[in-house]
Design a protein around this ligand. Structure first.
Ligand code: ATP
Ligand code: MG
Length: 597
């Protein structure tokens, strides 16, 4: 039901176009039904010399001259006229129905992408990107192909079958009954057959996507493959699935190749019967040669829409599956809820406070149990703790990538859930452990947070982030295209572009999650220089493993077992002799070792 509602919703804006398509399709069918009749006129009335029916005679009486040649000419003109009308209808049908199906696909694609763009990160924790991608592409394609021609095609096919049957019945009801007996059998046979074919095709599709997965996996990890000399292993992997694809494709083709000839033979057998008995009737004078020709021409075409109808059941099943998958995304309500009376985030001071915040990603496994601390405006707060203690989680809760399960986060005393989501997030700038770059120019990557930034501002931001120098040395400077995922840049360069990006955004609160963790000491220094400039005059929350980076912090929060275990300045925490002091001593030991080496 929900699926039908979705399809109806999608089609609604195109009602007018669909009516045009339907009219064109009907005209096409009508013209195709009429084509054999001029032949009948020529055979029966021109060659055979039969009298024309009364009404036609009256009409022809008004024409100049009444000879056989005129009649033949008229039949010929009629033949061309029908073909021409049919051609125009076919042109209108195929163009307008394509425009409807493209429009439907566009609307659906945008609607799905819009929804995906707004889903909570919790959705992406549990759903493969590949699955969403295949819905956006192939499922929508399936619906597109069906949207106009499919639904209307069924209607026209049914009308054509009935129309032809009535005409055949009128021409010779005994023969017509023969067709009526063969048709359901054919319908049954073809739809049975298509089920087998569908299973075989499914297997081929499965093998093909497996093959793509193996290829992607192999090529993406080419660096490791070559490092470990695992080329033959990867080739063997592909060989296995490629062979399986080959086998299943051949099997599917074996089934498919049998279908059309089998149908053709059945049709030929019934045609042969009519040809044989019909010839007898014509000789005996109970049927005209023209009637027989018209009948045979209908018979040969009668089974085409019957076959199409059998195929349709399959297409409908496919569309149902595709629509279900699209529907599943559209109905996902894993969005971060925005209150109906949410207001723009606008805080004069900007004091962030965690009040007894509890959080779990997966029900039953607590990450934060009871976290309470305060970040004053303009303060630099460091967060430390063992790996897995929930530091990054804290960073994700502030911009509401997730909502806490208990307690609340407030800014100037107002629960952040009362703000409009977009306007809340505008107040934060991020530099994370690994800066994600997009395929595009360096300048585009820097201005990602504010696409209207001028070239001068971009260069200034890069200068402050210590990135200007290396960008200028690149072949085309700021217009150099960075490869996918920024693979052509070093880790330190990527981070400095991330910092430039935060400069451009120029938000009052900075969230830094181990921005230097992946860098060596020398590179870290260059990045830290940029970071320090960025942090000036901003409220900063910085997560760090290396405590040295937090020496300038106003306050350090130590997380352990889901609660704030210690809190205070560097010196205070050292004199406390607890977790922080332990971490500090361990790290300065390695420093001395490093220095000695
Ligand atoms: P690290 O120092 O290694 O970065 P962290 O303190 O930042 O660790 P978090 O990333 O906040 O730790 O993770 C806290 C806990 O939550 C971990 O046990 C982790 O396994 C779990 N976790 C993190 N992200 C998710 C997620 N998306 N889904 C489920 N569990 C998660
Ligand atoms: Mg982390």
């Amino acid at each position: 039901m929900a699926m039908l509602r979705l399809i109806r919703n999608l089609i609604r804006p195109y009602r007018k176009s669909l009516a045009i398509v339907l009219a064109a399709m009907l005209m096409e069918t009508l013209m195709s039904l009429a084509t054999p009749w001029p032949l009948k006129v020529v055979l029966d009335n021109v060659v055979g010399g039969n009298r024309l029916p009364h009404w036609l005679n009256g009409f022809l009486g008004t024409l100049p001259g009444r000879g056989q040649t005129q009649l033949a000419l008229l039949a010929a003109v009629g033949f061309v006229a029908m073909a021409a009308i049919g051609a125009v209808a076919s042109y209108i049908d195929s163009y307008v129905s394509e425009s409807v199906s493209q429009g439907v696909a566009h609307d659906l694609r945008m609607r799905t992408y819009h929804h995906l763009q707004r889903l909570s990160l919790a959705y992406y924790d549990h759903h493969k990107v590949g699955a969403s991608l295949s819905t956006l592409t192939s499922d929508i394609d399936t619906i597109q192909n069906f949207a106009s021609s499919g639904t209307l095609g069924i209607l026209v096919d049914i009308l054509a079958v009935f129309g032809m049957f009535l005409l055949m019945f009128w021409l010779n009801w005994v023969f017509a009954l023969l067709a009526a007996v063969v048709a359901p059998f054919l319908l049954w046979f073809v739809s049975r057959y298509r089920k087998a074919l569908k299973n075989a095709t499914k297997l081929v599709r499965g093998n093909e996507s497996e093959m793509v997965a193996v290829e992607i996996h192999g090529l993406e990890s080419q660096r490791i493959v070559e490092a470990f000399g695992a080329q033959e292993l990867e080739e063997a992997r592909l060989n296995r699935v490629s062979q399986a694809t080959l086998q299943s494709a051949l099997h599917a083709r074996k089934i498919k190749a049998f279908l059309s000839p089998a149908v053709a033979v059945t049709v030929a057998a019934s045609t042969a019967f009519v040809l044989w008995r019909g010839a007898g009737l014509v000789v005996a004078g109970t049927m005209t040669a023209g009637d027989l020709v018209v009948f045979l021409s209908y018979l040969s075409r009668f089974f085409k829409p019957v076959q199409d109808l059998a195929k349709m059941t399959n297409a409908i099943a496919q569309v149902a599956v595709a629509a279900e998958r699209v529907q599943a995304i559209l109905e996902t309500d894993q969005v971060i809820p925005e209150l109906p009376n949410a207001r723009p985030a606008d805080f004069p001071r900007g004091e962030i406070a965690f009040n007894h915040v509890a959080f779990e990603y997966v029900p039953g496994s607590r990450v934060l149990a009871d976290v309470t601390f305060r970040i004053s405006p303009g303060q630099f707060v460091g967060v430390v703790g063992p790996t897995g203690s929930g530091k990054s989680t804290i960073a994700s809760l502030i911009p509401r990538f997730y909502d806490p399960g208990g307690g609340a986060i407030t800014i100037d005393g107002v629960d952040i859930r009362e703000f409009q989501l977009q306007s809340l997030r505008q107040h934060f700038g991020f530099v994370l452990q690994d800066t994600v770059l997009f395929r595009g120019t360096v300048a585009e990557n820097i201005s990602y947070g504010r696409p209207t930034a001028a070239a001068r501002e971009i260069a200034e931001a890069a200068q402050l982030a210590n990135a200007h120098e290396f960008i200028q040395q690149m072949p085309e400077g700021y217009q150099t295209v960075i490869g996918e995922r920024g693979m052509t840049l070093s880790g330190g360069q990527r981070q400095r572009i991330g910092i430039a990006r935060a400069f451009i955004r120029n938000s009052p609160v900075l969230i830094l999650d181990e921005p230097t963790a992946a860098l060596d000491v020398e590179s870290e220094e260059r990045v830290m220089e940029g970071l320090m400039r960025l942090m000036q005059g901003k409220t900063v929350i910085m997560i760090a493993h290396r405590l040295a980076t937090l020496q300038a912090a106003d306050k350090i929060v130590v997380l352990k077992n889901g609660v704030v275990a210690e809190e205070g300045g560097h010196q205070t925490l050292l004199s406390l002799g607890g977790i922080y002091a332990g971490l500090h001593n361990a790290q300065s030991d390695t420093k001395t070792v490093e220095a000695a080496v």
